[in-house]
Ligand binder design. Sequence first.
Ligand SMILES: Nc1ncnc2c1ncn2[C@@H]1O[C@H](COP(=O)(O)OP(=O)(O)OP(=O)(O)O)[C@@H](O)[C@H]1O
Length: 249
Amino acid sequence: MGVILEAKNLHLAFKGVKALVGVEFRVAEGEFFAVIGPNGAGKTTLLNVLSGVYEPDEGEVTFLGQNLRGKSPQERARMGLARTFQGLEIFRGMSVLDNVKLGAELALSTYPLALPRAQREWQIRAWAEEVLDYLHLSPFRHAPAGMLPYGLQKRVEVARALASRPKLLLLDEPMAGLSLEEKQDLARFLLDAQEEWGVTLLWVEHDLRAVLELSDRVLVLSYGEVLYHGPPQGVRQDPKVAEAYLGQA
Ligand SMILES: Nc1ncnc2c1ncn2[C@@H]1O[C@H](COP(=O)(O)OP(=O)(O)OP(=O)(O)O)[C@@H](O)[C@H]1O
């Protein structure tokens, strides 16, 4: 499997607070890669660097072999690097379908040939409907997204991100605030998307059990440094990881 994303020697400090200290890792195409760590470890900062919200002070990120320095979040999204946020980033007043169509439009905007308007709209709609169907959201397609229960709103956000046909999807705590059943549903959708559409997934998640059960590989950060990088089976055995989590629930 090829490498889809590579982070080399990433450093970033905020007024003296070191959020990332020499962070290095590679994500293989098609894998489910997790980033975990205690509060304040630098996980969200890392996602912000990967998605282009922040530029690192030092180091570089390459995606599909291209250096991402200077590329805006929008440019990265067009290259196939999508992201969901901690909390919700959906348009609450818009219908579920229209939210997902926004993602589908982004997917089509990267096509080399311009399509006639009607054909383009038809394709956007057809692909959005397929994604809705896939994530079992079709019954809610005309509901304003903000009226749905939180678990479904979260699923709409993931649907919109997947509709943009990302090659790599960055997920910031997708399980936060979900019930056990909703977590299991979301996990199934993500694993299906990974398998069926070949999407590579990188998630930051606090639910250790879900991380260790679902991920192919895990990166553990603490105070901005990499403590562990390897298969999930090794996480619990690692003494440095155990120490970093001491005192945390
Ligand atoms: N914009 C910012 N300005 C100043 N300090 C920041 C900023 N963003 C993050 N930090 C600091 O950088 C460190 C890493 O924060 P970050 O939010 O990345 O951690 P995290 O692992 O995502 O934590 P959590 O699990 O609590 O979300 C913390 O000490 C935090 O206070």
